[in-house]
Design a protein around this ligand. Structure first.
Ligand code: ADP
Length: 469
């Protein structure tokens, strides 16, 4: 029983006692008006008690109202992280320093009437530090940080997600300069069409309206994170919305080294960091941190004074095959994936399809084309993306599970291709796949040597730039 309830029961007891006393008094002195007054008071008390009981019943089942929930949701946090705390990812950091400067010195930009991007899209697999980077930017610039996950916007009732989006932007504008971070934007911003959801469409539309509705120099910078840019609704990527794209890839050997250095710094250890960085190809920053934690627990269990390589070897299987399911590649797996990726890169280069780099793990490697695109180029893009799968068939007569993400990308490319060029020719999905596969196979057959060379390079370097191919 809380304090209020206690007070109320006390009041009722005192009230009842007073009435009983008055009844007693009226009987003794035989006073009719007093008797009527008592009856009136008794009626009042009964009504009060019944009403209170009803209220209590409804109170117990009443949840906080939507408005109350909203009020609690949009409190920003302050971040102590700095960009220097994020290991590697130098290109991304450089771009963010410009945004930090804008948040701190908006007048400098206003004077030149310079527009700074309102919406930045972080693209990359889970655990590479997208959230960390956004927080570090807020910490570096010393501005409030609003975090929301895209899925938390999609409510059961149509219109509620939209309301949440609106409130979030209102709160951010009030605290400007500020940073809004929307994690997993794909749960709101998936391309419309397919299975329709009125609630998701309404939420997405609201997000677009909000993005259009504030000035680029209002001091609010919105960062959204996604793993699958190809799934996003085109409207989100248009100018003035999320038009600055920053790719955060899985860390390279050197980046893994610096991440390991950060997390080993404060733990007593005799670890060969160089060696550890070599055997962790495919690990994200988050999985490296987890790997070190598991190894530390192992060292503690064995009462060791310091963490050593043996601890990592002991927990490797746990990290690789355990519930965390991190990826660590065997030599054969690396060879296969490198051949798969090299085939895509060589075919793209031979067909004149532009890209910046190819890595062991980046499936979605082609540059997004926002300009005027020819039908031939659109088909060549599909051919390049499908050529890893064609190479598996050609070299190994076998497919492997890393094709999954490419299949999604290919489907998306084909959908656009058919929409843009082949509606009236009645080109089916299957026809487009066959055409692209033919082109890919012909190119692979005439480039076997180059593919094998790039495969070797990728195995050792994990990343090769377009100009070095
Ligand atoms: P994402 O948002 O891309 O899924 P997070 O930012 O949530 O990834 O990363 C999870 C954790 O992994 C971070 O809190 C940090 O401990 C670690 N981490 C990831 N990338 C890095 C990095 N580049 N440098 C240092 N730590 C990292």
């Amino acid at each position: 029983m809380d304090k209020n309830q206690l007070l109320n029961s006390k009041n009722i007891a005192v009230g009842s006692f007073a009435i009983l006393f008055l009844i007693f008094l009226s009987l003794i002195i035989d006073n009719t008006p007093l008797f009527l007054l008592i009856l009136f008071l008794l009626g009042g008390l009964a009504i009060y008690l019944v009403d209170k009981k009803n209220k209590k019943n409804t109170e117990t089942i009443q949840k906080p109202t939507f408005e109350e929930e909203l009020k609690n949701t949009y409190f920003p946090t302050t971040s102590k992280l700095k960009l220097a705390d994020v290991a590697g990812l130098d290109g991304a950091k450089e771009e963010l320093f410009e945004i930090k400067d804008f948040l701190n010195n908006p007048d400098k930009y206003k004077k030149f009437n310079a527009r700074i991007p309102k919406g930045i899209l972080f693209i990359g697999p889970p655990g590479v530090g997208k959230t960390m980077m956004a927080k570090a930017l807020a910490g570096e610039a010393g501005v409030p940080f609003f975090y929301q996950s895209g899925s938390s916007f999609v409510e059961i009732y149509v219109g509620m997600g939209a309301k949440k989006v609106h409130e979030l932007f209102e709160a951010a504008k009030k605290s400007a300069p500020s940073i809004v971070f929307i994690d997993e934007i794909d749960s709101v911003g998936k391309a419309r069409g397919g299975i329709r959801s009125d609630e998701r469409d309404a939420t997405l539309n609201q997000l677009l309206t909000e993005m259009d509705g504030f000035e680029s120099n209002s001091g609010v910078v919105v960062i959204a994170a996604t793993n699958k840019i190809e799934m996003l609704d085109d409207a989100l990527l248009r100018a003035g919305r999320f038009d600055r794209h920053i790719h955060l890839d899985l860390p390279s050997v050197n980046e893994r080294k610096s991440i390991l250095e950060i997390y080993l710094k404060n733990r007593p250890n005799s670890v060969d960091i160089e060696k550890l960085s070599l055997i962790t190809a495919g690990f994200s920053g988050a999985s490296l941190e987890n790997f070190i934690n598991e190894a530390s627990l192992n060292a503690i269990k064995l009462n060791k004074q310091e963490l050593d390589m043996q601890d990592f070897i002991s927990v490797k299987d746990k990290v690789v095959f355990g519930k965390k399911q991190e990826i660590a590649l065997s030599v054969e797996e690396k060879e296969k994936i490198a051949l798969y990726q090299s085939s895509k890169a060589i075919v793209a280069k031979k067909l004149g399809v532009e890209f910046e780099k190819i890595t062991l793990f980046l499936n979605n490697f082609l540059s997004t084309n926002n300009g005027l695109e020819s039908e031939k180029h659109s088909l060549y893009k599909i051919a390049a993306q499908i050529s890893g799968i064609v190479a598996y068939d050609f070299f190994y007569s076998q497919r492997y599970s890393n094709t999954k993400e490419d299949i999604l990308i290919i489907n998306e490319l084909i959908k656009n291709h058919i929409e843009n060029f082949n509606m009236e020719k009645n080109l089916s999905l299957q026809d487009a796949i066959e055409q692209a596969k033919d082109i890919a196979l012909k190119t692979i057959k005439t480039s076997e040597q180059e593919i094998k060379e790039l495969q070797k390079k990728l195995i050792t370097q994990e990343i090769v730039f377009f100009n070095d191919i």
